[in-house]
Structure formats: structure tokens, C-alpha cells
Design a protein around this ligand. Sequence first.
Ligand code: PLP
Length: 455
Amino acid sequence: MSIENDLSLVMDFDKNYCLQVFNLLPVAFTKGKGCYLYDMDGKKYLDMIGGIAVNCLGYGHPKLSSVVAKQAKDIMHACNYYYIPQKSELAYRLCRASFAEKVFFCNSGAEANEAAIKIARSYFYYKDINKYEIITADMSFHGRTMGTIAATGQAKFSRPFEPNVPGFVHVPYNDIDAMIEAVNPHTAAIMLELVQGESGVHPADAEYVKAVRKLCTEKGILFIVDEVQTGVGRTGKLFCYQHFGITPDIMTLAKGLGGGVPIGAMCCTNEVATGFRPGDHGSTFGGNPLACAAGSAVMEIFEDDNIIDNVRDVSADLFEKLNNLRAKYNCIRSVRGMGLLIGIEFDDTITAQGMREQLFTMGFLVSAIGKSTIRLAPPLIITKQQAASFVKALEKILKTVSGPQNVFDKIKNAFPSKKQAKDTVTKIGSAKIDKLDTLDATDNKQSAPADDDDE
Ligand code: PLP
């Protein structure tokens, strides 16, 4: 059985069988090539968000795909009781390319940050020093586990799950005085994103990052940089910390590292690595041959194809074009970011959600952050021409905006209301689910319970 080519059925199954934790657009992509995605009807979209900074080499990259396919045939998983050549190789590549001397592999950004938080505490524990507190920034985002929502400086992510894991302190971003004031004898680490991605693409000031590094060194505090979003070429250097002339003690990676295959990594110095002893930390899937082979292929392609040069080139061009638009249209409040991680903030006449949906109808994918900012994080192989086509589409929309809520109103007409969509899906979908159930002889489960939500 396959529901792959029937959107209404996919939507219905999703609604009935998946926890509803995302607001989804009514589309499913069945194929990707380069920087483009194709939906079930063959409509083409330029992906300006790259799976939220994951698909750094776009879709169907010939070398990455063939390495993954070969590795899937040879061996996908080998248990952590044994040596894994692909893990050793990727660890070597990451250390060679950065300040790091040891790497721990896991499967996601949140897990990489969990590892960072744990090692920052156990490092002092084994030295018999009573330091455990971790300072992070307001409006930061570090993941969705219990530890990382406590680290995250946005209460909306942790409120329903309280009580929070203790030992985290939040201070205003880019404010060195607040940071100095927050440090106390129990401070073990300072953890920062060098560009805050999830809260609207806010880069750190160079002086601030340098001052934080100095503070950490003077006070014997570990400096953790969360490069889950900014790492692996996204900002125009392989790792974002390299823009600032400093080195951290710990760096976390995920997203782009596997080019689409789930992987996370916590990279640290040999000194910090003394904080984990055998049995202190682990992950069943972490460091598996498939993910690590993908990671090494990504790193190799970056070198062979000068991907980072492309990031710098396209970024410079794109920033120039976007800033020109800003000069022309007052409704663009700001254009900010680094490399190919860019936030475009609008004034009250445009909602980010409305802009995202309008761009979507025109075949461009972006993400909306908060009320007024859209985020771009396209594949790092994007060309100047492709990026320019996005700017053209954006300008086309801006030209039509003549008053408050204009874009949003258009969108309301273009998309069915939640209730309309639900009625349609229920009507079409239920019939098809019944048909599928009878087709699928091996599935002897009861049919889905009726949807009993907020009608
Ligand atoms: N840290 C940062 C800076 C992120 O942007 C994200 C995800 O967006 C995470 C951590 C969490 O990563 P994951 O969703 O892979 O757990």
C-alpha cells in the first residue's frame, strides 16, 4: 500500500495518526533536485529554507546520494561496542577543520547540546569543583529536550513542561555587562548561538563574543557555542566561531552536517573531554556508519566543490539585492544575518505568515519567525540567479502591498480556512482510508478513532 501520491489522504492520515505539533502547509514534496522541490502535481518550488538549514547540498546531490546508497547496502548500523571506521573518519575530519580535539556523535541538535551541558557539568564534577550553572541568552534556542528547553531563553518553549531542569540562567544577548554580572562562583559554562536563528536571525556583535571568551578564560568557565544552525558553512566559514577570531571550548553541530541524514556532534578540546568517562554518556544510534559516511561525504564535497566560496559570493549578492529592496520599500524594517542565514523583518503592514504563504503560492519556500520576520537558509549550492529569482518574487509581492494587512488578506483568500480544509479532508480522506484498509490485508488494526477535536 502507498499513500504517496494522494495529498488529501496523506493529510488525513497525518491528522489521524500523527501528533499535531506543527502548522503544516497543504503540500507534500515527492522529489528534489538541486535547490528545487517538486510536489505531487509536479509543481516546482525554489527551496529558500533548505529543510531549515539541513539540506546544505540541496537534493539528490550525486556524490552524497551515492555514498549514502552504498553505505546503506554495506552496513547501516553497527553497535557502539565496536570500532566504526566511518565514525573515526568523520571525527578526524571535524577535528582537522576546527579547534576540536574530540567528538561525540549523536542524532540531533538537541542531543548535541545535551551532551555539551552534561560534559560542562561533569568536567567540574571530576575536578571536585562545585560549578554547575550554565548561562545562556534571552531569545536563544537550544532544542526541545528537558535540558535544552531549560537552556533556551524563551519561556514559551518550557512553560507547559515545568518544573524546569535547574541550573540555567538567562541574560540579554549582546550585553556583556549583564553577562559579567550573571557570572558567579558556580558558573560552569556560557552557552551562546553566534547568530540566534530561531528567534529572528540576530547575529552576535564581534566585540561581545570576544569579551565573552575573555571572561570565560579569566574565570575558568567553559564557552559553548551552539552551531547547530550556523555550522557547516552556513555563515560563510566552515564554523561561525571562525569569524570572531576566538575558539570555544565546546561546539555543537547537527542540521547541515549530514546533508539530510540525521546526525549531531558535540566537539570539544582534550581538556574538556576529560569530563566524560566510559559509561557517562552514550547514544544507540550516535556515530552510526550511515550518518557518519554522509557527514564525511558532506565535508569532502565542501572542500572539492568550494562550497564556502559559493556561500560568500551568493550571500554578498543577495544581501545587496535585499538591501536595495529595503531602500525602495519602507515596509522592510531590516535585513540581517550572516552568509546564507538571513532574516528579513517587515513592519506592521505585512505578517511573516502571510508573506511566507504568498511566496509559497509563487513557488518559493521560506520560514516565518514570530509576527514579522521571514528566514532564509537555502541550500549552500544555490546560484546567484536562483537567489535573484527569489528577490524578484519578493519585490512582486511588495509592489502589491498598499495598506495594512494587505498580504495577509490575500492569503486568507488563497488558502482554505482550517475548517474548510478539515471538512474537505474528512470527506475525501475517510472514504480512501476505508478503501486502503480493505486493500491492506496485513493490517488488522481497528480503523482510526473519529477525530474528536474542536469542531
Ligand atoms: N540549537 C539551535 C541553534 C537550533 O537552531 C536548533 C534547531 O533549530 C537546535 C539547537 C535543535 O536542533 P534539533 O531540532 O536537531 O534537535
